[in-house]
Design a protein around this ligand. Structure first.
Ligand SMILES: [Zn+2]
Length: 400
């Protein structure tokens, strides 16, 4: 899950990014809390309510960050580099650079996130019970206790329960949630195969997601569920979370299938050899009439003498003013060499595909000893997968 967002800083050498969806959650949580505080503490001024709601939201943010840092720092201690943490709608994603090397490593890395949330939750709950202790015996029902709490106790009570929910939610044993990773590490340990383990953990994830979706729909239609209650809003939320989980589970499964199909395939097996190249000094007009028309190529490597100068694509041509086609050269509109990523003939196609997808590239030049030897195109990878996937429909849909 990449998408838009911005960097807010760096903690212990890890970049922390915030997805735009977080601003929405932040506003929603602050608004909700200030309303709730008003119900329990009508004596609090509007400024105090909003101020405390804002502090509570910021601490919520810090709790999610603590959860992600627990994963990331564990991964780093195990020798896996972690470039960044992104906080988004339902929590965070640690961008851990590769799959864990052993079931034990995965288990430790996965479990420490929820454990952190649960420990924070338990500590805050203890704090609340200590703060609430002097309340008169008459006010000992739940609402009475909440009313007796001051600002610190109120924030601690809310934040404590949120952290406990966060910990429990992440322990749901559906991949790619933390609980799913724990399950995967156990199956991995038992079977000795990461692939079988991922497959099973994804299936369990799908099954749990569908149970959530059906339960949510049932709640919308008036069914009361123990602990969750019923009603339109709770039902829709549950169904929505289920849908989100289902997508995440099937996406990670598809990635696995694709990586499976591309195992031991190298770039030279798939690349287009001796692609048609164009000289940097040619005009855009020549490029259009003599190169683009009459072929189905969408991109041409650009040469400067013998060496690669860049790559030019149909979208570069589209951005150029039509009236200047005769005077503009290919060099003026191309993507220059220093902005390109290249691969080598014996690189792994699976890795190359990750790079293409991450940067939304359609092709990459293949270089060997400083010379252009081919072009690795996304559509050739897709075609290879279509041939190899024999009926695995989901792979095609994902890449098409
Ligand atoms: Zn986690």
């Amino acid at each position: 899950m990449t998408g838009g967002g911005f960097r807010i800083g760096r903690i212990l050498g890890i970049n922390v990014h915030v997805d735009w969806s977080w601003l929405f959650i932040f506003a929603l949580v602050t608004w909700n809390l200030s309303t709730a505080f008003g119900q329990f503490h009508p004596a609090w001024s509007l400024g105090l309510r909003w101020g405390i709601a804002l502090v509570a939201s910021l601490l919520f943010f810090a709790s999610v960050l603590a959860h992600e840092l627990a994963h990331s720092l564990t991964a780093r201690a195990q020798g896996t580099p972690v470039r960044r943490i992104t906080l988004f709608l339902f929590g965070g994603v640690s961008n851990i650079q590769r799959e864990p090397e052993s079931p034990g490593q995965e288990f430790t890395m996965a479990i420490l996130g929820p454990v952190t949330s649960l420990v924070i939750g338990a500590a805050l709950t203890l704090l609340v019970s200590w703060l609430a202790a002097p309340a008169p015996a008459a006010a000992r029902d739940a609402v009475g206790v909440i009313r007796s709490l001051g600002p610190v106790g109120t924030v601690a009570l809310w934040l404590g329960s949120v952290n406990i929910i966060l910990g429990i939610f992440n322990l749901i044993p559906g991949f790619p949630l933390d609980g799913g990773r724990v399950l995967r590490s156990i199956i991995w340990k038992a079977t000795g195969s990461l692939q079988i383990a991922t497959r099973w953990a994804s299936w369990v994830g799908q099954a749990i997601a569908w149970v959530m979706i059906f339960t949510g729909i049932a709640m919308v239609f008036g069914v009361q569920v123990p602990y969750l209650g019923g009603g339109l809003v709770s039902g829709l939320w549950l169904a929505f979370i289920g849908w989100f989980l289902s997508n995440a589970a099937s996406q990670s499964y598809r990635q696995l299938v694709i990586q499976d199909l591309l195992e031991d395939v190298c770039v030279s097996d798939i690349m287009r050899r001796n692609p048609r190249v164009i000289d940097a000094t040619e005009t855009v007009s020549t490029l259009v009439h003599e190169y683009v028309m009459g072929t189905d190529e969408r991109s041409f490597p650009v040469l400067d003498g013998e060496s690669l100068a860049g790559i030019v694509t149909l979208s570069d041509i589209r951005q150029a003013d039509r009236n200047e086609w005769g005077s503009l050269t290919v060099r003026d509109i191309m993507t220059p060499r220093d902005e390109l990523l290249v691969v080598a003939p014996d690189d792994d196609v699976g890795e190359a595909l990750n790079v293409l997808t991450q940067h939304e590239f359609s092709q990459m030049p293949v270089m060997e000893q400083g010379r252009l030897v081919g072009l690795l195109r996304m559509r050739d990878i897709v075609r290879w997968l279509q041939i190899r996937s024999d009926g695995r429909e989901s792979v095609r849909q994902d890449l098409a």
